[in-house]
Structure formats: C-alpha cells, structure tokens
Design a protein around this ligand. Sequence first.
Ligand code: B12
Length: 317
Amino acid sequence: MKSESLFPIKAVAQRTGLTPYVIRAWERRYKAIAPVRTRTNRRLYSEADIARLLLLRRVKEMGYSIGQIAQLPTEKLLAILNDSPARTRAQEVPSDSALEAHLKACLSAVERFDAEELRRALARAVVTFGWPVVIERVFLPLMQEIGECWREGSLRIGHEHLASAVIQAFLGNLERAQTSSTTAPVLVVTTPVGQLHEIGALAAAAIATSEGWSVTYLGPNLPAEEIAHAAHQSRARAVALSIVYPPDDPHLPSELEKLRHYLPEHVAILVGGRSAHAYADVLDRIGAVQVSDWTSFRTLLESLRPPRSANVAQPGL
Ligand code: B12
C-alpha cells in the first residue's frame, strides 16, 4: 500500500502562500492543525493539512479572525466559503474600473502639482473603499506609476516628492484617527540605513495601524542602534523593515545582525520590500520573517498579538 505523502514546512509554505512562521503560530496558538513529527521533532504535513491551511487562509481573507475559525471543522470552513453572500464579496473586492478611476484622479492631481486635489481624491477613495483597499490598490500603484513615468521622463522628481509628502501626511491622519487602546501591541516601522525608499514602510505602518496596532513610524534610513533604542523605549512587540534598493549593500547584513543583537529576543523582525529576498541568508540567520504580501503581513500581525481573553466579544462574530 502506498504510504501517505508528507511535506516539510517549507514546501507547505510555498503551496499555501503562508510563511512558516504563520503556519507554526496557527498550530501553537490556535491549534488549527496538528502535523506529525519526525523522530528529530521536525513537523511534517499531509495533503489534508495543506488543504485545511489553504481553506483557513481563504476564509480569513473574507474578514474572519484566525481565532474565530481555527478550530472549526473543515466542512464548516468550506460551508462558510461557499455560502458567503455575493454582497459581502462585492464589498471586499471593489471593481477594477472603480479603482482605476480613483487612481487616474490621483495621478492627474500629481501631474498638475495640485496637492489639495490629491488629498481630496485620496479622501474620496478612502470613503468609498476603506483604508486597507486604498493602501494596497491606490497608494502603492500610484507610487509605482509615478516611478514609471519618472523613468520615462514624463514626470519629475518634484512630482514624486509631492505625492510622497501628501501620502505621508494622509497616513499620519489615519494613525491619529485610530483610537488605539493602551493595550495595543506596538510596531516600530522604518527602513535600515542606506535604504531610502520609504513608501513600503509607510504602507506597512498604515496597514498595521488599520489592524489596531500602535505604530511608531521612524521614517527611512535608520541605523540599527536607533531602531533598537526606539523599540526598547516604546516596548515594541515587533519591528517592520522595508528593503527596496539597493539589493546588494555589503553593509546591510551586518546592520541587520546588529539590530537582532540589540533587540530583546521577544521582539520579532518582519521584513518586506522588493529586495528583501536578496538578503535572505542574513534574514534567516537572525530569525527575521520575510513577508511577501500584505495578507501574510496581516496574518503575522495577528499571530503576534497577545491572545485576547476568551470572554471578550470578537468584532464580526
Ligand atoms: C518612489 C521611488 C523612488 C523615490 C523614493 C521616494 C521615497 N520617499 O520613498 C525616489 C525618486 C527618491 C527614488 C530614487 C531612486 N530609485 Co527608486 N523607485 C521608486 C518607485 C517608483 C517606487 C518605490 C516604492 O516605494 N515602491 C513601492 C514598494 C513598496 O514596492 P516593493 O518594493 O515592490 O514592495 C512591495 C512589497 O514587498 C511590499 N512591501 C514593501 N516594503 C514592505 C515592508 C513590509 C514590512 C511589508 C510587510 C511589505 C512591504 O509593498 C510593495 C507592494 O506590495 C520604484 C518603482 C516601482 N515600480 O516600485 C523605483 C525603484 C525602486 N527605484 C529604483 C532606482 C534604481 C532608484 C535610484 C537609484 C534612481 C537614481 N538613478 O537615482 C534612486 C535610489 C535612491 C537610493 N539611494 O536609494 C529602481 C530599483 C531597481 C533595483 N535594482 O531594484 C526601481 C525599481 C525603479 C526601476 N524600475 O528601475 N525612487
């Protein structure tokens, strides 16, 4: 008889799009799955485990918290997925053409150096779609488009600076608007020294804020000592870094090692950005979590939260 195929966590991460860190956290904290262990205590996952993880991920993307769904039977998860009313889906997945129109309005304001109109256009988008959608599908594409136009020569660096400044102020407003409780976990967000691209860090800050974290945003280009000091002072639970350019800074690995060395052990380091993978060796060495997309980032933030007490009602239940 053919024995059941079992997979190591790395393969499971590739197939589910979840990071190994999240997979372990869902098991440890929420008992979402129970992989078998080898004699050397390595986890091995069955096809059923992988299917369940994928299902959990998809149901979570519908707006449930992992705490709400982790222990539901697989059939129940499937039922939630199949029964989700089209109305809910339509709210969560706004049409591309509607987003496109907002993006165009923002871009046209930037072209005319009209900061006030850009602010208004962004505000309209936030009212229509909500913060999380606007961050991922308006802010980031807007900056990318500006970058492409700048490369082609149709926009100037001044346009980029105007857009960055307006977006930064806008995200600052988001933070002030959130009434983050005194018990909210703290996330320090920045870019390491030599990394001047700031938009990814700003987006990470905004997303964490909208997830109820208290964010200490430090701006870009900060030495390890300064990041660690801020994390210590603010009693941070985690530090999020954006690494975009250059992908081959010979000094960055030692900076990252220093950062790990200065930070207390319980402070997690989360790293995103298009060049993060270029530093994979050192990131692995220091136990940093590489985050490839915003869904995984949200999941990770959730897994890093101290568990809420069982008798507190969960929103959306
Ligand atoms: C805006 C911009 C600038 C601005 C930066 C202003 C600012 N305040 O940040 C300015 C004009 C100053 C600039 C300068 C330069 N830039 Co530039 N820039 C860009 C642009 C348009 C956007 C960069 C950006 O922030 N993108 C958004 C980020 C966040 O996208 P991302 O890295 O793909 O990350 C994704 C995820 O990983 C995630 N993410 C990012 N960070 C994090 C963090 C966490 C924690 C998490 C969870 C997720 C996450 O978010 C993103 C979307 O999902 C890009 C082009 C582009 N299409 O991206 C070029 C780009 C990054 N720049 C580039 C270059 C070459 C330069 C310059 C060298 C140009 C020059 N000749 O002077 C300088 C370098 C400056 C320096 N010393 O670092 C190249 C890099 C090429 C490469 N080899 O990687 C790019 C890709 C343009 C290109 N196509 O050639 N730039």
